[in-house]
Design a protein around this ligand. Structure first.
Ligand code: ADE
Length: 244
């Protein structure tokens, strides 16, 4: 998968060199390219923002640097056939595991990280007229810009790409993955020692009885989902207590 990121803070994306995603990049599974928006701002101060038209607080990102930068990315020889531009925004559709799976099927994603009060609306309109654009929020809270949201999305999408996670089975039973028995939360995990500070590993996990372990884990998933996120429970599993 090819990923381009446009930002005024390229340093945020150093984090993508670490851990599993860093390895996936060096193995050529994900090609991430980070572009500094200021490289497309040509005045002496490399200005990327201006006062809001109509007045009001804060600053708005100017359209010209965005246009030059996005045109360059979309016109590159090695651009994907039908890139999807994602603008992280608290005003967007909410990102979840289903969207991560959907986006993991794309060949070329372009993330445009806004700052300040956002990006001039004409940038969204221009690229929505010319191709595919989505505004995406990572949750109902406000960040200072799209960078942290983009990192979260790249991590959630990247780990779903073939070969990125060594043991694909570990993807199956995770929270929010429907293939593990409905979109339930994950069961609690334990390791050695069998007892720590007077707290024992549940004996069933040490019983060697795989059927009993699987049953216990499924019960834990349902119980935890009911307690933490009752709205996620599929109707048959709630015992009539859904939403309580
Ligand atoms: N930019 C600021 N807040 C955001 C959020 N919650 N999701 C995505 N992008 C954002």
């Amino acid at each position: 998968m090819r990923i381009d990121v446009v930002t005024i803070f390229p340093g945020y994306f150093d984090a993508l060199e670490l851990s599993l995603l860093g390895k996936a990049r060096s193995r050529g599974l994900i090609d991430v390219r980070v572009h500094d928006l200021r490289d497309a701002a040509h005045d002496r101060h490399r200005t990327v923002d201006g006062k809001p038209a109509g007045g009001g607080a804060g600053m708005v990102m100017k359209p010209e640097p965005w246009g030059e930068m996005l045109d360059g990315i979309l016109a590159a020889q090695d651009a994907g056939p039908d890139p999807l531009i994602i603008f992280p925004s608290p005003a967007g559709e909410v990102f979840d595991q289903r969207m991560a799976r959907e986006l993991a099927g794309e060949s070329h994603l372009v993330f445009g990280c806004g700052r300040y009060e956002g990006i001039d609306q004409r940038v969204f309109d221009e690229y929505a007229d010319r191709g595919r654009v989505r505004l995406v929020s990572i949750g109902d809270y406000v960040l200072n810009g799209g960078e942290v949201a983009t990192i979260a999305m790249i991590e959630a999408i990247g780990r779903l790409l073939p070969g990125v996670i060594g043991n694909p089975e570990s993807l199956v039973e995770e929270s929010h993955e429907a293939s593990g028995g409905g979109a339930l939360l994950e069961y609690p995990s334990y390791t050695q020692p069998a007892e720590w500070r007077g707290r024992a590993v549940p004996p069933v996990l040490l019983s060697g009885n795989h059927g009993a372990v699987a049953k216990w884990r499924q019960e834990q998933r349902v119980e935890r989902t009911l307690r933490m996120r009752p709205e996620l429970l599929p109707p048959g599993l709630s015992g009539g207590r859904r939403g309580r």
